[in-house]
Design a protein around this ligand. Structure first.
Ligand SMILES: [Zn+2]
Length: 352
């Protein structure tokens, strides 16, 4: 099972395409202009399995946050190897490496330092502003220098004590549009990959009547545990329905409800804007390390990428792999099992 984990984007993409071909999938490649190391060509790849005119679909997405694609792609290719039985009139659509640049370069952000899960703003919402708390945190989060030892942990701990963990979490990771070299930057416009993907969604999913979107992420929550983040009101009947379908707690997007936080410009906001299908969105977040350690890995990699020489074998880049796709066998095995199980349960949700 854990052989499905391929740490490099190019290897995973080649395997995804080969498996898609073997299954007779209809495929699309949405190229982006930026390249990976040594001029590697990059694209978002999509494979449509099942009836081409299906009215129902499970849309399974990986790699919106670059390096997190190692895990999402492994789940997708394991699904392709042992394809679940699809309910009638239902397609399984796999979207591979939504941020191929980030994966190829071992980053969470894209070629413009943009966190793509903050980039899908509604057309009437300008790309500007930052949470009040972010500016106070800028010096701690984004030192304009290559990685070096600089008392990150005591300073981060002091911030937590001063502002409270949830307030700090919301200020830092909620998204910002004012610090282009900072972490969690949402961009100045819809980025190239998201624009191409949005157009693809408009062109190809318009006729769906029922849609479940499952987006795979890593780096949030307890190690190897998966949090299912859902876009329904807390303590609502919809929340109960989803919890039952997944036989697992589900967590609404709300900074005080659990590990999550409210974000603007989320990828999942796209479907409601563009489509008429009745839609459930589920973000499956696999925990890896403690949140301050995750933040430290992001901070060090950002310093290296923007102010140093971004070699893939630099400790800050290797740290990104360990933080967002831990190489420990037990973690990888458990995560793959849970990923497959939840994908199958999401297909079950399409029966009603
Ligand atoms: Zn993510």
């Amino acid at each position: 099972m854990i052989a499905h984990y391929l740490d490099h984007y190019a290897d995973a993409r080649a395997d995804f395409l080969q498996k898609g071909k073997a299954l007779g999938a209809k495929t699309w490649a949405l190229p982006i202009a930026a390249t990976g190391p040594e001029g590697l060509a990059l694209s978002i790849d999509i494979a449509w399995l099942g009836p081409p005119k299906a009215k129902r679909a499970l849309l399974h997405c990986s790699g919106l946050h670059g390096i997190e694609g190692v895990c999402g792609s492994a789940i997708q290719r394991a699904l392709m190897e042992k394809l679940p039985e699809l309910p009638p009139d239902t397609a399984l659509i796999l979207v591979h490496a939504m941020n191929p640049y980030g994966w190829a370069w071992r980053r969470r952000v894209n070629e413009s330092n943009v966190d793509l899960n903050r980039n899908f703003l509604a057309p009437d919402r300008p790309y500007e502003g930052a949470p009040e708390g972010y500016a106070k945190m800028d010096a701690l989060l984004n030192p304009p220098s290559p990685p070096s030892a600089d008392l990150y942990y005591p300073r981060a701990a002091w911030s937590v004590l001063r502002h409270g963990f949830n307030a700090m979490k919301q200020a830092v990771v909620g998204g910002q549009y004012a610090f282009p070299k900072g972490l969690f930057f949402g961009g100045t416009q819809l980025e190239e990959g998201p624009a191409a993907y949005s157009a693809w969604v408009s062109d190809n999913l318009q006729d769906l009547e029922r849609l479940v979107v499952l987006d795979i992420h890593t780096g949030l929550g307890p190690p190897a545990y998966d949090t299912l983040l859902v876009d329904v009101p807390a303590r609502s009947p919809q929340e109960a329905t989803l919890a039952k379908a997944f036989q697992h707690e589900v967590v609404p997007w709300d900074p005080d409800a659990g590990v999550a936080y409210a974000i603007e410009g989320a990828h999942m906001s796209l479907y409601e804007r563009l489509l008429t299908a009745r839609t459930d969105t589920v973000t499956q977040e696999f925990g890896t390390r403690k949140s301050l350690a995750v933040l430290k890995a992001l901070r060090e990699e950002n310093r290296l990428h923007l102010h140093g020489r971004p070699a893939l074998d630099h400790p800050a880049k290797v740290g990104m792999l360990e933080t967002f796709a831990p190489t420990a066998k037990a973690w990888r095995r458990e995560v793959l099992e849970r990923g497959l199980r939840v994908a199958n349960q999401a297909l079950g949700l399409l029966k009603d």
